[in-house]
Design a protein around this ligand. Structure first.
Ligand code: HXC
Length: 272
C-alpha cells in the first residue's frame, strides 16, 4: 500500500478494524471517481476488497482507478455509465460479474448539486437532480439487487442532512435526498428477509468536496456561520470510516438506518 491524502496509518493499521475484513469482497460504487465516494472506495479496498467505480467521466474514473489500485494493492476497474440510464447500469453490473464474479457491497453515491432559489429553478433543473440522485439510486439498486442477494451483501446510500430542515437554494437536492432515504428504507424491509442490509450515510459539510465548493460559493473550507459541537467540518475519512463500519460484520444487525456524519450539527442545539 502507498500513502493517501485521506488515511494515515495508526499503529501500522489503517483503521480500528482489521485490515483484511473485506478480503474477497467486491464493491460497486457509483460516483466513485471523486470526493467522498472515492474516499469510501479507498477505505474499503484498504480492508481487502476489489472495486468497480462508475461515473460519466471516463478520464477521471480511469485516473481514480489507477490511484486506488496503486494506493491499496487491490484491483479497481472504471466503468463508464450514467445512473440516469438504467441500461448502462445493467451493463456495468454485468461487467462487474464477468470480471469479479460477485457484488457484495453497493454504494449509491452519484449526485448532482448547484445552488438556486426555487423561483429561479427550471423544471428541467429540478428534474435533473432528481434523476441523478433519486432515480439514479433506484436504477443502481435495480441493476445490482440479484447479485447482492446472492452474496447477502449490503447497500450504503449517500444522502445529506439538508432536508431535515428547510435549506435555502436546495429544493431540488432536498427533495432528491429525501427520496434516497425513502428508497433505502424500502430496500431494508423488502430485502432484509434475503439477508441484505440497507443504510444511509448522511455527511455534513465535507472539506475538499464538490458539494462544499458548490454550497460555499467556490470555497472548499467555508467557516463563516458554521458551528457544530465537535468544532470542525466533516472530513472524507470520517465518512469512509463509517462506511467500513456499515459494511462490516460489526453492523450485521443494523439496517434501515440513517447515520449523519456531521459532528452533531443537525441534531444538537448549542444556541440557548
Ligand atoms: C440553475 C442550473 C444550474 C445552476 C445547471 N442548471 N446548473 N440551474 N443554477 N447553477 C440547470 C440547467 O440550466 C438545465 O436546465 C438543467 O439544470 C440541467 O443542466 P445540465 O448542465 O444540462 O445537466 P448535466 O450536464 O446533466 O449536469 C448535472 C448537474 C451538474 C447536476 C447540473 O452540475 C453536475 O453534474 N455537477 C457535478 C456533480 C456535483 O455537483 N456533485 C456534488 C454533489 S454534492 P434548463 O432548464 O436550462 O434545461 C451533494 C451533497 C450536498 O449532492 C450536501 C452538502 C452538505
Amino acid at each position: 500500500m502507498t500513502s493517501s491524502p485521506y488515511f494515515a496509518p495508526v499503529n501500522n493499521s489503517i483503521s480500528t478494524f482489521k485490515d483484511n475484513i473485506f478480503e474477497g469482497k467486491v464493491l460497486f460504487c457509483t460516483g466513485g471517481g471523486s470526493g467522498i465516494c472515492k474516499g469510501m472506495t479507498e477505505s474499503i479496498m484498504r480492508h481487502g476488497a476489489n472495486a468497480v467505480i462508475i461515473g460519466r467521466k471516463f478520464d477521471r474514473l480511469t485516473e481514480a482507478s489507477r490511484e486506488l489500485s496503486e494506493r491499496t494493492g487491490r484491483t479497481c476497474i472504471p466503468i463508464q455509465a450514467d445512473v440516469r440510464q438504467p441500461q448502462t447500469l445493467q451493463a456495468a453490473a454485468e461487467r462487474t460479474m464477468e470480471y469479479f464474479g460477485r457484488i457484495d457491497f453497493v454504494i449509491c453515491g452519484a449526485a448532482g448539486n448547484f445552488m438556486s432559489p426555487i423561483s429561479g429553478l427550471s423544471e428541467n433543473a429540478f428534474k435533473t437532480v432528481i434523476e441523478i440522485d433519486t432515480l439514479g439510486t433506484y436504477n443502481t439498486v435495480k441493476a445490482t439487487i440479484p447479485h447482492v442477494r446472492a452474496t447477502k451483501g449490503a447497500y450504503v446510500h449517500v444522502s445529506a442532512t439538508l432536508h431535515y430542515r428547510g435549506t435555502p437554494y436546495q429544493v431540488h437536492v432536498s427533495a432528491a435526498k429525501a427520496g434516497v432515504d425513502a428508497i433505502s428504507n424500502v430496500v431494508a424491509v423488502e430485502e432484509g428477509p434475503h439477508g441484505v442490509r440497507s443504510n444511509v450515510l448522511a455527511p455534513g459539510f465535507t472539506s475538499g468536496t464538490e458539494g462544499m465548493r458548490v454550497m460555499s460559493g467556490n470555497k472548499t473550507n467555508k467557516t463563516e456561520g458554521f458551528s457544530n459541537p465537535l468544532g470542525r467540518f466533516t472530513e472524507i475519512h470520517d465518512v469512509a470510516n463509517v462506511a467500513v463500519f456499515l459494511f462490516s460484520p460489526a453492523a450485521c444487525y443494523i439496517t434501515g438506518q440513517v447515520l449523519p456524519v456531521d459532528g452533531g450539527a443537525e441534531h444538537l442545539r448549542g444556541d440557548f
